[in-house]
Design a protein around this ligand. Structure first.
Ligand SMILES: Nc1ncnc2c1ncn2[C@@H]1O[C@H](COP(=O)(O)OP(=O)(O)OP(=O)(O)O)[C@@H](O)[C@H]1O
Ligand SMILES: [Mg+2]
Length: 252
């Protein structure tokens, strides 16, 4: 099997939040690596630190202990090669969809051809809403606009925090297919946080399970079939889905 160089290394990472008279450790001794052109799904109960982990990788929140390396560099602040799509879209309400999609690329002076733009919009099924404003969109459409904007930044690493929550199952599967298509064409790496078991198995070539208050990562599942559009109908997909469900049901 082809192996790619390492892109990201999370080493012994801990995050403790300090309040006036309390401290709370949400992540403790978390270790994993991610290669170029690879994908990782992060699952675990609400509050276990998934969003916190993405914020640290994006350089928006410092780790209390340990280190995060992107390529050969320690992550100490935001990096143009890392794009983050947050749970709450971050669209500008006074700009149209077309302007919102292009905003990041414009700011970073990245040239986007009409063909490239159309490709990404088609993959995400948002080719007909250019003229609308964010408050005229459904939650799912807003998420897709935010995702298109991030993809056009041509990141090496795309961080996605529950990007397809609040979308019906069928549309959600179409969008997952769209993400896989764009992923196979553009060869970035991505980390997706999700509460949806099938989504984690369809998209993550590795799946890590985090647990509330526990040290380290609860489980790592290898899932080499992910990233293939036909994977959803294979026996391996069902096997992995079942295995992940069992792990999550047995978390404390
Ligand atoms: N800035 C902060 N100050 C104090 N505590 C925080 C801060 N940010 C997050 N936390 C706490 O850290 C824990 C983990 O939060 P985080 O948002 O990472 O969880 P999550 O796994 O993404 O949950 P969800 O699945 O609900 O999105 C929570 O208990 C949260 O209250
Ligand atoms: Mg979260």
């Amino acid at each position: 099997m082809e192996t790619f160089p390492e892109l990201l290394r999370v080493a012994e990472v801990q995050k403790t939040f300090f309040d006036a008279n309390e401290s709370k450790t949400v992540l403790n001794r978390v270790n994993f690596t991610l290669s170029m052109s690879d994908s990782l799904a992060v699952v675990g109960p609400s509050g276990c630190g998934k969003t916190t982990l993405l914020l640290m990788i994006a350089g928006l929140l410092p780790a209390t202990r340990g280190a995060i390396l992107f390529g050969c560099e320690v992550v100490e602040g935001p990096n143009r090669k890392i794009a983050l799509v947050l749970q709450h879209y971050g669209l500008f309400p006074w700009k149209t969809v077309a302007a919102n999609i292009m905003l990041g690329a414009k700011l970073q002076k990245i040239r986007v051809s009409d063909a490239e733009l159309m490709d990404v919009k088609k993959a995400l099924n948002i080719e007909d809403i250019d003229h609308l404003y964010p408050d005229q969109l459904s939650g799912g459409q807003r998420q897709r606009v935010a995702l298109a904007r991030a993809i056009l930044l041509r990141p090496s690493l795309l961080l996605l925090d529950e990007p397809f929550a609040a979308i019906d199952t069928i549309t959600r599967e179409r969008l997952q297919n769209g993400l896989v298509t764009v992923f196979n064409e553009r060869r970035f790496s991505f980390i997706i946080v999700t509460h949806n078991i099938e989504e984690a198995v369809f998209l993550g070539r590795r799946i890590i399970v985090l647990e509330n208050g526990a040290e380290g990562i609860r489980t790592v599942l290898n899932n080499p079939g992910a990233g293939d559009l036909g994977y959803r109908n294979s026996p391996e997909f069902f096997k992995l889905t079942l295995a992940l469900r069992n792990i999550l049901e047995n978390l404390t």
